[in-house]
Design a protein around this ligand. Structure first.
Ligand code: ADP
Ligand code: MG
Length: 919
């Protein structure tokens, strides 16, 4: 019979796995917005988003409301890694009637405790932040805003449920003329425990509390974990339940808007199983414990694990076995019918290996039983199995938390510190040992180190308060620094209007010379109509790569072959002759490889620099951009330069028929698939756009009929100073270090060549202001271009575990904390969002002009887009499109990504030209 009871109380490993799985499910249910309301485990957000980093500094006050008393604590942090915080505390007994009186009386009492406590500490009256430990379930919406959901633990004060308890406390404190005391944080006791154990070297990200937390056992000064505490004598009973909390990925906490970083979640796991999901492991003994409790049917997990109930479970097992005559034969067992005769403390003593038997005998004799040696032995076995079961279930719960953390962080292995508190951990190694080993079995991918809490919640509450202050100050400074990069809707409308003005200036015959947007005619008068045919050579110069291509345009589509050639920086920035000689050599190499030496194919030349075009095959270079500076080219016809180089190289079979800007190429190649495509956009190394303008508006070219594609050269927008007020110090720093300082100012806010640099300068400023990397100097970050624009793409991917951000930063020899990573991501987001929005403002000016040109109420148009930044960045295109729709609501704009627009487009322009040339 005893064996049967023991067996019933033993949970096999597979069942524990199942319990873990159910706990995981319930956690997700509590975290999800849709199912949160029905969840047993409430997974309450705490708005605590960070653990201490050791820079916390200043005087702090904590008030802790406990079952029978109020504790006040003063702590001074020195910003020295929290190594030697000074603390002093005082405990006030609470009159019994307060728990059931009015809410006002309760909060007045707490405020009076604060006043009395402060009266005993003579300090100047500067602003004093206060952290409030309030161990009841609250619906928290900010760190300092929390509505009480419902009272428990014997409290039932009127007029508090549904109210903001921070507000209630603050009002009561103000009534005591303590208005310099500022309630800045409210927290649950479990969270306090997690924070208490957290140190700079060992941040704790999980806390378990099982049973009574009881820090104060001695009078006088006590050094706890480097923290000097003045302690008061009484042994204070506190909560006997169980709970846990952990740092969840903010993104998973759907009840909260925040999506970056982490937030501590209070699981309220005591309620796990209230929907019956633990019924298959509940024994008849547990059923009886539950029925006799003050809240039958509720807190099922707590009743299996919590220390309030272990003694009771054992009592019911003994009662039952005695009734079956398997125990205490011959002695009266009526005493076992009394609730609470067996204390959890006694159970814990009985399981001790050495003194357990003696303790068992004493405990049983104390209640009037006359146990035999065998009875004592069996009672010990029963106590052990009950404690082991509690530890194993607790392990299943912890394993669920750890696996959840590991998974949501995208880790293969999680290394984590777990703060533990409560009487089951103190001195009773058996519980701790089982917890640890079973957790290891159930979550083998996680390595947890258990740190026993040394000061309950008080110190942790002070830490939370300190961290909250640090974060608030930090946030203010970061916001201040980033504010100039955050453009308002009104700013963007202004940019749009300015772009429109510059466009008009650029098109006008007289005003053209003064416009920063040059609006260059391209002599491309139409997009492809699908009848183009033939075989063409194409060159693509002006991007990251120089390429030579052969393009075959046939009825069944376009086929291409291409080769990438490197243009060494020395050639880019050497003489024009050397540059064009190099280009011809590459063409010859390509023709050799493709076996095209014998043919004279028409060649389209994608040349992506601003040119004054005088015809389709005549283009005078106006200025170099994007890192090119070859001498003797500006002011020359690049087709001529190419032809001269061909002569020098004796390459006589070259027939250049068209010079094409890459924007035009992009528009043409997309136009081949979509006739609505009348805009080309590039967001790659640089940025630029072109579109189909009415000939009558093009003052710089003769003729009024039809349309012509205009290469806007919008990268230079703002070079006349019209955007000066949106440039930030960071933009100026970036601009100064370029080879074309003062030029291409719009481009330098948007394109791939510069975004990484902007981010780098912001990061340097943040370090300088001690807001990042603890202010440690970062020599590598001083290097120009070390922060690549492609990092922005990686860093900003949604849901990407921040360890990837850390890995990128690590490569730059930057030691990033979790919060550093969050901040770096925010900087990247700010910079890329601004770029996308500015691009949208520019495009809005274009589409609105086209709509007006055509006298339409609505315009439907397609934009052909190319450029790695546009294509690879996870949010750029979406942000661009959303803002464009917002700024130009009367236009329906579709975006079509071009595939190799530069190559294909050049060939198509050549084809369109040849089509025109042939009769
Ligand atoms: P180009 O404009 O020179 O023809 P691309 O369109 O390929 O060439 O753009 C190259 C630019 O794209 C580079 O300057 C680089 O900064 C940027 N870039 C490269 N990879 C990425 C990426 N994954 N995300 C965002 N930008 C990128
Ligand atoms: Mg390109």
């Amino acid at each position: 019979q005893v064996q049967r009871a023991l067996l019933a109380l033993t949970i096999p490993l597979e069942m524990l796995q199942a319990v873990k799985g159910r706990m995981l499910q319930d956690m997700c249910k509590g975290l999800s917005r849709q199912t949160h309301a029905q969840a047993n485990m409430r997974m309450l957000p705490t708005y605590i988003c960070s653990t201490p980093d050791g820079t916390e500094k200043g005087d702090l006050l904590v008030v802790e409301l406990c079952q029978t008393h109020v504790r006040t604590l003063w702590m001074t942090l020195l910003g020295d890694g929290n190594r030697s915080p000074q603390a002093t505390n005082k405990i006030f007994d609470m009159p019994g009637d307060i728990m059931k009186g009015t809410g006002e009386a309760l909060f007045d009492f707490i405020a009076q405790c604060v006043r009395q406590f402060l009266a005993g500490i003579s300090r100047p009256q500067h602003r004093l932040p206060l952290g409030f430990v309030f161990p009841f379930s609250c619906r928290q919406t900010q760190l300092d805003k929390a509505e009480l959901i419902s009272w428990s633990k014997g409290f039932s004060c009127s007029d508090v449920e549904g109210k903001d308890v921070v507000q209630l406390l603050q009002s009561a404190i103000n009534k005591q003329e303590l208005s310099h005391v500022d309630v800045v944080a409210l927290m649950n006791d479990t969270v306090g425990t997690m924070m208490t154990c957290s140190t700079v070297e060992k941040p704790c990200e999980v806390a378990l509390v099982i049973g009574e937390q009881r820090p104060f056992r001695v009078t006088g000064w006590w050094v706890l974990g480097g923290c000097l505490l003045q302690c008061s004598p009484p042994l204070l009973p506190t909560d006997k339940g169980t709970n846990s909390c952990f740092m969840a990925e903010a993104q998973q906490v759907e009840m909260v808007e925040e999506t970056s970083g982490r937030m501590c979640v209070n699981t309220e796991w005591g309620c796990f199983g209230d929907d019956g999901s633990l019924s298959d492991i509940m024994t008849p003994y547990d059923q009886r414990v539950d029925q006799e409790s003050s809240n039958p049917g509720q807190k099922r997990f707590e009743k299996l694990v919590g220390s309030l109930y272990l003694g009771e479970i054992v009592r019911h097992v003994l009662t039952s076995l005695a009734a079956e005559k398997a125990l205490f034969v011959g002695s009266s067992v009526t005493v076992l019918g009394t609730k609470g005769v067996l204390k959890t403390q006694q159970v814990l003593e009985i399981i001790d290996n050495e003194e357990g038997m003696a303790k068992a005998r004493k405990a049983l004799e104390d209640v009037g039983l006359r146990p035999s040696e065998r009875d004592c032995c069996r009672v010990q076995q029963i106590c052990r199995v009950v404690v082991s079961r509690a530890a194993a279930l607790c392990a299943a719960g912890l394993a669920a938390i750890l696996s959840h953390m590991c998974q949501s962080r995208g880790l293969e292995q999680l290394v984590v510190n777990v703060a533990v508190d409560g009487e089951l951990f103190r001195g009773h190694t058996r519980f701790g040992e089982i917890l640890q080993s079973v957790t290891g079995l159930l979550a083998p991918e996680c390595m947890a180190t258990f740190l026993p809490s040394v000061d309950g919640t008080g110190r942790g509450a002070a830490m939370v308060t300190a961290v909250a202050l640090r974060l608030a100050a930090h946030r203010r400074e970061v916001d201040q620094l980033l504010a100039p990069l955050r453009l308002s809707r009104a700013d963007l409308e202004r940019v749009q209007a300015l772009m429109r003005r510059e466009m008009d200036l650029g098109l006008g015959r007289e005003s053209h010379a003064n416009a920063s947007v040059r609006m260059l005619p391209t002599y491309v008068r139409g997009t492809p109509d699908g009848t183009e045919r033939g075989e063409f050579l194409a060159l693509d110069l002006g991007g990251t790569n120089f390429r030579v291509l052969v393009v075959r345009v046939a009825q069944d589509g376009i086929r291409m072959a291409s080769e990438i050639y490197v243009i060494p920086t020395a050639v880019m920035q050497g003489t024009g002759e050397a540059l064009f000689d190099h280009i011809i050599e590459c063409i010859m190499d390509f023709q050799l490889k493709q076996d095209l030496m014998e043919q004279v194919l028409p060649l389209g030349f994608t040349f992506s620099f601003p040119c004054q075009q005088l015809g389709l095959d005549k283009a005078v270079l106006l200025s170099w951009t994007k890192g090119f500076s070859a001498s003797g080219c500006v002011g020359q016809d690049v087709v001529q330069l190419l032809r001269e180089a061909a002569q020098r190289k004796q390459h006589l079979a070259l027939k250049v028929v068209a010079v094409v800007n890459d924007t035009v190429g992009t528009m043409m190649s997309c136009g081949y698939d979509d006739p609505k495509c009348e805009i080309g956009l590039i967001v790659g190394t640089g940025t630029n756009a072109c579109y189909m303008e009415e000939m009558q508006n093009v003052g710089t070219v003769e003729g009024e009929q039809g349309r012509m594609c205009i290469n806007m050269e919008w990268g230079a927008f703002g070079d006349n100073g019209c955007l000066d007020d949106i440039f930030t110090d960071f933009d100026r720093l970036v601009d100064e270090k370029t080879i074309n300082a003062g030029k291409q100012r719009f481009e330098k806010l948007i394109s791939g060549m510069y975004l990484g640099e902007i981010v780098r300068h912001i990061l340097l400023a943040l370090v300088e202001k001690q807001l990042l990397f603890c202010g440690k100097p970062c020599p590598k970050l001083q290097t120009k271009d070390i922060f690549k624009t492609k990092f922005l793409s990686t860093i900003e991917i949604d849901g990407l575990a921040l360890r990837q951000v850390r890995a990128i930063l690590q490569d730059l020899e930057l030691q990033a904390s979790f919060e550093d990573s969050v901040l770096v991501r925010e900087v990247c987001q700010t910079v890329s969002l601004r770029a996308a929005h500015l691009c949208a403002a520019g495009l809005a000016a274009v589409v609105e002009k086209m709509r007006e040109n055509r006298g339409l109420a609505r315009l439907a148009v397609t934009v052909g887009v190319d450029g790695t930044l546009y294509k690879m960045h996870p949010h750029f295109s979406q942000h661009l499109q959303q803002m464009l729709q917002d700024l130009a609501p009367n236009c329906t704009v579709t975006f079509l990504q071009s595939e190799d627009g530069s190559g294909k487009g050049a060939a198509l322009v050549a084809a369109v030209a040849c089509r025109g040339a042939e009769p």
